[in-house]
Design a protein around this ligand. Structure first.
Ligand code: GLU
Length: 515
């Protein structure tokens, strides 16, 4: 007999009560990788039954950022808010089979009950007080306008065993669970609650593996009880380790940004985010650290997900980002950097036309921009050259605004900065005057890094101190104590602009020296 081949179907099921955060994105990534690795299907389901806390802007944020990360789903998004009839059908079934009942206890009563149990040293759980209310009586009370919830009758004396694919065997005693709520009755309508809606959807969507954060582990026995009561298939479970901050407490806003959108705005590349998120709980056998999404798919397995918590390390993210920046083709890096150039006010962009460049696999729509800087057109080539000077040094793209500003506006100059540490303003003036003369003699068409370097090296030999020679012109063109080398910058700026900037520096030095 042929063995039945089970189709792998996984889901990412965020509640849109906040922006997509690191933990959610990590869960999504692991589901995505598992599906791709096993030729399965990856489903997106938005768990928006809680209408008060769910917001359309969070749905938008989740979808937009998943797309940005390139975590594209095969099915969905399904919205739980549009599936209420399906849940109602199964809720009725449980009620009819007397596996669920209406509970009218008020929050005050429940609180008092809990406090009493805690005082007695017992683990708090619902007492089951409303179990004996008949359906007929319950309906009458609801019609009269009494508030009610539906509770699941948890069978006593059983042990629920989970063979978690990451954590191994985990056992729960049903005696400790207590009849938990599965729906609320609001304005005479039933609204399913999390544990119930999840179970119905996982069945309806034929989910084979539930991969989610460890914070859901305590929900799992409840969900298994519901699956059994409804005669559903129990899927496999894999609970991902918690993510902790560097101080080993649960990762939260205190540790810095947690929303994916903040990382995007800071100039982390989607490739780097994916790479970093994968290492939050997973590692390859050889402890390799740098992966593309394709390589992650090839290497991923749930077996290599750790049981112990993952520690969020922002320095590691910077490191991974810098590596992906270095590896990125300059064209793509420019595309990623454009929003940062625009935000810094260096350039303005108008869309001129749209094309599908073959360099990107023809996948994405690529806009051709008309780019200007202070009203003058500026070419892609020039922007790429500017970027190439910093590609090796960037940790994140937002750093560009401070690193390359001088290419787009004249730098602010200060005499103290212009003077090399072993030199004086007088000497700096003399040297810079001489350099101006030497640079003027270089022909326009020879205005290249190489010729400039030769000129400076020759002069430095004469002066006997490289710092005194190389420092002032670099500060004159950048205004900065640290930057790419003068020769490379000057080549991009061009002869006229370089000499103009050196003149500015000379004038400043003269002004200072003449009091
Ligand atoms: N909606 C739940 C959440 O956002 C996840 C549900 C699940 O994965 O079972 O935490």
């Amino acid at each position: 007999m042929e063995k039945e081949v089970k189709e792998i179907r996984v889901r990412f099921a965020p509640s849109p009560t906040g922006n997509l955060h690191l933990g959610g994105a990590r869960t999504c990534l692991f589901n995505f990788l598992f599906a791709r690795k096993n030729k399965g299907k990856f489903i997106l389901r938005i768990e928006d039954t809680d209408q008060e806390r769910s917001k359309p802007e969070f749905i938008e944020d989740i979808i937009e950022n998943l797309k940005w990360l390139n975590l594209i789903w095969d099915e969905g998004p399904y919205f739980q808010s549009q599936r209420l009839e399906i849940y109602q059908y199964y809720l009725q079934k449980l009620i009819q089979e007397k596996k669920a009942y209406y509970c009218f206890c008020t929050p005050e009563e429940l609180r008092a009950e809990r406090e009493y149990q805690i005082q007695k040293g017992e683990p708090p759980k619902y007492s089951g007080k409303c179990r004996t209310i008949s359906i007929e009586e319950a309906k009458k009370r609801i019609i009269k306008g009494e508030k009610a919830i539906l509770r699941f009758k948890v069978p006593l004396g059983k042990i629920i065993k989970i063979k978690d694919l990451i954590k191994g065997e985990v056992k729960f005693k049903t005696d400790l669970i207590g009849d938990f709520s599965i729906a609320v009755i609001e304005n005479k309508k039933i609204r399913p609650l999390y544990n119930f809606a999840v179970v119905v959807d996982d069945q309806e969507m034929k989910i084979s593996h539930i991969i989610r954060g460890e914070d859901h582990l305590s929900n799992t026995p409840k969900q298994i009880l519901l699956q059994k009561a409804l005669k559903f298939k129990v899927p496999e479970f894999a609970h991902l380790p918690l993510i902790l901050g560097p101080d080993k407490s649960k990762l939260s806003k205190r540790h810095g940004a947690v929303a994916i959108r903040n990382y995007k705005e800071e100039g982390y590349l989607p490739e780097a985010m994916i790479n970093f998120l994968a290492l939050l709980g997973w590692s390859s056998r050889d402890n390799r650290e740098i992966f593309t999404l394709k390589e992650l798919i090839e290497n991923f397995s749930l077996e290599n997900v750790q049981k112990s918590p993952a520690i969020f390390n922002p320095q590691k993210l910077d490191y991974i980002n810098s590596i992906h920046i270095r590896r990125m083709p300059l064209d793509r890096l420019l595309e990623e950097s454009m929003p940062f150039f625009i935000k810094a006010g260096f350039i303005s962009c108008e869309i001129e036309s749209e094309t599908f460049p073959p360099a990107y696999g023809g996948q994405e729509l690529f806009f051709k921009y008309k780019i200007t800087t202070t009203g003058q057109p500026i070419s892609y080539e020039r922007l790429k050259r500017i970027l190439s000077l910093y590609q090796e040094r960037l940790k994140k793209l937002s750093e560009l605004s401070e690193l390359v500003d001088f290419f787009f506006k004249k730098p602010k100059l200060e005499v103290e900065k212009l003077v090399w540490k072993t030199s004086t303003p007088q000497e700096t003036l003399k040297i810079l005057e001489e350099e101006k003369k030497l640079f003027s003699q270089i022909e326009e068409k020879k205005w290249k890094e190489k010729a400039l370097k030769e000129t400076l090296l020759k002069y430095a030999e004469k002066i006997g101190d490289r710092g005194k020679v190389f420092w002032p012109p670099r500060v004159a063109v950048t205004g900065k104590e640290a930057s790419a080398p003068f020769t490379e910058i000057a080549e991009i700026l061009g002869k006229k602009e370089t000499l103009e900037r050196i003149n500015r520096a000379l004038n400043l030095l003269k002004k200072q020296l003449n009091g």
